[in-house]
Design a protein around this ligand. Structure first.
Ligand code: DON
Length: 571
């Protein structure tokens, strides 16, 4: 009887969730339109939770906090409390700010921690195991942003995530695929396997209810004690004990010292639009503005979307911005002389533009700078509330599921963000390893990021909220979505769906998604000297964007169809 009622309960929950989901509009090629408020994220369930907060009178920051905690339950490959990220915020009255909750290197970290006795990088070590884990920043960042700009009770914003973890969510097809693909890695870590597989080791099938009880308990401490529920007390004790047992570096002192930082965003203009984006320790905002500045000198519309000249120009502009990124950028608190003002100036862009030939691809020189990227997961969401306050939030565990390690008894994945530091001091090579000093490891330093949460204004009014995951492709994806809207007159859904290209200086390679370039365009690009590399369909980040069609008073939003569980929720 008991068994039967449990079965009945599960079935009812599942049916309820399915009915509920079937009403969630999901973006894709057609934007979702709404009058009041909107959330677009990599999880339709999390977007819905954010939207409910908006509907109940919460503002964009409140909705962002609730969505971020919900994503930590529903999209654990990147939604997190064990990682870090950035918020760019614009209030309805035009004030802009940003919150930096990037992870930090533990106090015991040092420049040569990933090298063997001969000074060579131990393969994979900076992305694997407890040594790759940076001091998490997400809870501190959300708490600080809420304390400053939130208006709903903190507890009410964490509660929905606790319910999802406790009552369970339907295991999605994507989660099921991930659990198969990562079987070897997860099986090797008992605290991960225990949560990601059933008790007998079998898979959760798509649609089966998946509960995360340890995560629910951790979230309850965060709900009740705020920031301290993560950085002190039981959560901190368990995390530090787990680190000690497994040879990790994070201590109580690291956790207690962690602070999120409110920073002034970087700003630029593009064809009269005001671009507001994330400053260092992200390279995203600076590189985005630098590329837009260079591109302002070309008539991209006339060149035509994805013509050979257009793709060539973009690739050359990307190559230059990524070379500067590699040479100059790192944590601003450790690099007080970083030339940000110069990099985002129109004069410097003009000088760089002069060095671009329309006929020949430049060569990327490995005796100078660039970096290869092989990670697969971060997540972005965009929020606009009924008053026009906007949040652009990107956060990450670095690789998909971070270090693949769930902290024992705590239920959340730990990041492997230490892999974003330059691992071998002084070694920059054509394969894309970077050794420049601004981003070398130092205790308490923040590793350089590419995350580019961005907000755009037109005529002093909110116009666009955009961001994406995708490692170094992030900056180029945000760039291309912006160009698709501003130069190519695409609506936000088409702008996000359109196939993309990517160049990051080193390795010297022009990546393109399947169907991005016709065979004759490819031939023309090859004849200019580009080394082309075709990626699979939808190989790049999951962009999540909202555009305000101000003249008509509508919000138009889209969730990238590259994101399997993504969705827009709006009212
Ligand atoms: O901060 C960064 O730039 C990287 N850790 C982001 C990683 C990422 O986007 C992986 N996702 N697809």
């Amino acid at each position: 009887m008991k068994l039967f009622s449990r079965f009945l309960l599960r079935t009812l929950v599942l049916v309820a969730v399915c009915i509920h989901l079937s009403y969630v509009p999901t973006g894709g090629r057609i934007p979702v339109y709404a009058r009041h408020g909107m959330v677009t994220s990599s999880s339709a369930i999390a977007s819905e939770i954010g939207k409910e907060v908006l509907r109940k009178g919460g503002n964009a920051i409140d909705a962002a906090v609730a969505t971020a905690f919900a994503l930590a339950v529903t999209w654990p490959s990147a939604g997190n409390i064990g990682g870090g990220g950035f918020i760019v915020y614009r209030s309805a009255d035009g004030k802009v700010t940003s919150f930096d909750f990037r992870e930090k290197a533990p106090l015991a970290a040092h420049e040569k921690m990933y090298l063997d006795a001969n000074g060579a990088l131990i393969p994979g070590i900076n992305h694997r195991g407890l040594l790759s884990v940076g001091v998490p920043g997400t809870v501190a960042g959300l708490y600080q942003a809420h304390a400053k700009y939130g208006k709903m009770d903190w507890k009410k914003l964490v509660d929905p995530a606790i319910k999802l973890a406790q009552k369970g969510i339907p295991f999605s097809h994507a989660l099921h695929q991930h659990s198969k693909r990562l079987r070897k890695e997860w099986e090797a870590i008992p605290s991960t396997a225990e949560i990601m597989y059933k008790e007998d080791g079998s898979y959760y099938e798509p649609g089966e209810v998946w509960r995360q009880r340890d995560l629910a308990k951790t979230l309850k401490r965060i709900r009740n004690q705020g920031r301290d529920g993560f950085y002190k007390g039981e959560t901190a004790d368990k995390l530090v004990a787990f680190m000690k047992k497994g040879g990790g570096l994070i201590t109580h002192e690291d956790l207690e010292k962690y602070e999120a930082i409110e920073r002034t965003p970087v700003e630029g203009t593009y064809r009269g639009y005001r671009v507001i984006s994330m400053p260092p320790p992200s390279s995203g905002g600076v590189a985005l503005i630098q590329m837009l500045n260079m591109l302002e000198g070309y008539n991209l519309k006339e060149m035509g979307y994805h013509s050979a000249d257009y793709v060539h120009t973009l690739a050359e502009v990307m190559r230059r911005a990524f070379a500067d990124r590699a040479e100059h950028m790192g944590d601003p608190d450790f690099n007080p002389d970083m030339p940000v003002d110069k990099l985002i100036s129109k004069e410097y862009a003009e000088r760089l533009r002069q060095s671009i030939s329309m006929d020949v691809a430049s060569a990327s020189d490995s005796s100078k700078y660039g970096q290869i990227y092989d990670g697969t997961s971060t997540t972005h969401f965009s929020v606009v509330d009924k008053d026009g306050n906007a949040v652009s939030l990107t956060y990450t565990l670095e690789n998909s599921y971070g270090a693949q390690i769930i902290a024992e008894g705590l239920g959340f994945f730990l990041n492997d963000e230490m892999g974003d530091f330059n691992p071998v001091p002084g070694l920059t090579n054509s394969r894309g390893l970077i050794g420049s000093s601004p981003n070398q490891i130092k205790p308490e330093k923040r590793m350089l990021s590419s995350m580019t949460p961005t907000i755009i204004e037109k005529d002093g009014k909110l116009f666009m909220v955009i961001g994406t995951p995708g490692g170094r492709t992030i900056i180029n994806t945000v760039l291309q979505v912006i160009l698709n809207v501003i130069d190519h007159d695409m609506n936000i859904a088409r702008a996000i769906e359109a196939p993309r290209i990517h160049h990051q200086w080193l390795p010297d390679r022009l990546d393109f998604e399947q169907h991005a370039l016709s065979p004759d365009t490819r031939d023309r690009l090859k004849s200019k000297g580009h080394k082309l590399n075709e990626l699979g369909h939808a190989a790049q980040g999951h962009a999540m964007g909202i555009v305000v069609a101000a003249d008509e008073g509508w919000l138009a939003g889209s969730a990238d169809s590259r994101s399997p569980d993504g969705g827009v929720a709006a009212y």
